[in-house]
Write a protein that binds this ligand. Structure first.
Ligand SMILES: Nc1nc2c(c(=O)[nH]1)N[C@H]1C(S)=C(S)[C@@H](COP(=O)(O)O)O[C@H]1N2
Ligand SMILES: [Mo]
Length: 207
């Protein structure tokens, strides 16, 4: 007799093995077929009339977009893996939204800009080198696997940086600040690694 609990467990194990052999599952991670929710604080309410997206710092043209304006930017699709520092990985996520590069173009970034501090609701921040955002699979996502982002996964907008630990994939994002130096974001101030490469297990600032 088929036991669905066990067979889905086997399916998970099998996929995990497959991803490990393919070099896509970092050390210390296990594969999840579900989509856990993980964040600090509460889920913010979205008010399209008050929402804005700001770009400032080392730019020629500071930018402020309304939700309506952001929604008119060219659309972008990308499929990628997602690795949380609490040791789960979720594979082949289908993201839709606006490419980071598309957004960056709006502000004419100065050559001095080398880092970005990503800002979200309730003061959450994460720091990422600009070169790690200026990549073809980094985007501001509005949809996951064909559905609008659920509120607790970052609706209406979240950043996706697939090759770094997911605390850099900022939910409820509201702006990006270009900087000529690196500065610690929320988790980085609390002992997490400044860069956060899951394949090097850069979890803490001591790693
Ligand atoms: N604004 C905000 N974004 C955040 C977080 C947070 O606390 N606040 N947590 C991060 C962490 S640690 C992870 S693992 C992912 C989790 O995304 P998920 O809840 O959609 O799985 O969101 C990241 N983005
Ligand atoms: Mo995380």
């Amino acid at each position: 007799m088929a036991d669905f609990g066990i067979s889905s467990g086997n399916e998970r194990k099998q996929k995990e093995q497959e991803m490990r052999s393919a070099g896509r599952l970092p050390q210390g991670q296990s594969l999840t077929l579900k989509w856990p929710v993980l964040h600090y604080g509460s889920v913010p309410r979205f008010d399209p009339a008050r929402w804005d997206f700001r770009i400032w710092g080392q730019v020629e043209t500071p930018v402020k977009l309304s939700w309506d304006e952001f929604s008119k930017l060219p659309r972008f699709h990308s499929k990628s893996d997602f690795h949380c520092v609490t040791r789960w990985s979720r594979f082949d996520n289908e993201w839709d939204g606006v490419a980071f590069r598309e957004v960056m173009k709006l502000a004419k970034v100065k050559p001095a800009a080398k880092f970005v501090l990503v800002h979200a609701e309730q003061g959450y921040t994460a720091n990422v080198p600009l070169a790690d955002l200026d990549r073809d699979n980094v985007l501001f996502a509005t949809h996951h696997d064909g559905e609008p982002l659920p509120a607790d996964h970052g609706f209406p907008l979240r950043l996706i940086v697939p090759h770094l630990y997911a605390w850099k994939s900022v939910k409820w994002v509201r702006g990006i600040e270009f900087l000529d130096h690196d500065t610690a974001g929320f988790w980085e101030q609390n002992g997490y690694h400044m860069y956060g490469d899951p394949f090097k297990e850069q979890r803490f600032d001591t790693d």
